[in-house]
Design a protein around this ligand. Structure first.
Ligand SMILES: [Mn+2]
Length: 319
């Protein structure tokens, strides 16, 4: 499946690996995992991973690289875990010499910049990198295994959201046999801070719901500042409202300092990706996000109404 991408990687001596804005475990894990795989298996190549990464994992898996504009201009850019160049955190990506992409998100429009492999059924981009490495017969080391395990673990909701359990568990076992340490990774993931407790208290005291079955919350920017949580960080905690009986869609609307709104949607059945796609957002069928122009009552009401309709249609289809 990855033959063509592997040939392009082999043909380039300088490679820069890009990840999406607001990097998560899969973004950082796939960037580090692929960088270390290329370093180990093609020691003569120069390979870098750019972006802000996940600081709390630096000690276990390694840091991100600082790369000059000149290097990017002479390099192959590998885009990971995001639809296209506009989603990448380091916008210098557009100046690269050549592009390839590996991703598991639903494609909003065709990636025309270069060759790509997309697998919507993969639980993570890290799983795809692992499959590429196995297909290529590449060697592994503990850093690579930890990094890829991190992405599989976090993007699958710790092995909940998986299409093909036997395959994913075999892959997890392979990574453990090659040095991944799930306990060390979980220990870092499980750490929390006191402000998170205050945030949870606010969520459980202030959520709203609709008759059809949407449970949601809007956060004014000043509320988020008072709670010491950024709009993006708040969005990652939308699952605080997950799996409440009678509420198949849950959502957070988080107002950014500039008045725009970062909104996250999750579902246990009705598709939310088609809803956010109407507003320029994207993601997965049951887990998607969007940036809205504002967080006015009208804007929120409109998209909540779409969610209500999706639930009612879903219920009709699944009677
Ligand atoms: Mn991902």
């Amino acid at each position: 499946m990855f033959e063509e991408l592997r040939q392009i990687i082999e043909a380039n001596d300088s490679i820069v690996i890009f990840g999406h804005i607001f990097p998560d475990g899969d973004c950082y894990g796939s960037q580090i995992g692929l960088r270390e795989l290329i370093k180990l298996n093609y020691p003569d190549k120069k390979v870098f991973a750019v972006g802000s990464g996940l600081h709390r994992f630096y000690k276990l898996m390694g840091e991100m690289d600082k790369v000059s504009d000149e290097v990017i201009k002479e390099s192959l850019a590998i885009l990971l875990d995001g639809n296209d160049c506009s989603r990448m955190e380091d916008q210098r990506v557009i100046t690269a010499k050549e592009f390839i992409k590996i991703d598991h998100h639903i494609e909003n429009y065709r990636f025309t910049e270069g060759k790509f492999v997309i697998n919507n059924n993969a639980n993570s981009t890290c799983e795809m990198i692992l499959q590429m490495a196995q297909e290529s017969g590449w060697k592994f080391n503990p850093t690579i295994s930890n990094a890829l395990f991190l992405g599989i673990l976090t993007d699958s909701g710790r092995f909940q959201y998986i299409e093909d359990f036997p395959t994913s568990f075999h892959e997890a076992a392979f990574l453990c046999e090659n040095g991944a340490n799930p306990k060390a990774i979980n220990d870092i993931l499980n750490l929390t801070v006191e402000s998170a407790l205050k945030f949870k208290g606010y969520v459980y005291n202030n959520y709203k719901k609709t008759k059809a079955g949407v449970i949601y919350l809007t956060f004014k920017n000043k509320t988020l500042r008072r709670l010491h949580v950024s709009p993006n960080k708040a969005g990652t905690m939308v699952n605080l409202l997950s799996n409440v009986v009678g509420y198949p869609i849950w959502a957070f609307f988080c107002e950014n300092p500039d008045g725009t709104c970062h909104a996250e949607f999750r579902s246990s059945g009705p598709g939310v990706q088609p809803i956010v796609a109407k507003y320029g957002g994207g993601g997965h069928y049951l887990a998607a996000g969007v940036t809205l122009d504002d967080m006015s009552d009208e804007t929120v009401a409109k998209i909540i109404k779409d969610c209500d309709e999706a639930i009612l249609n879903y219920q009709k289809e699944h009677k």
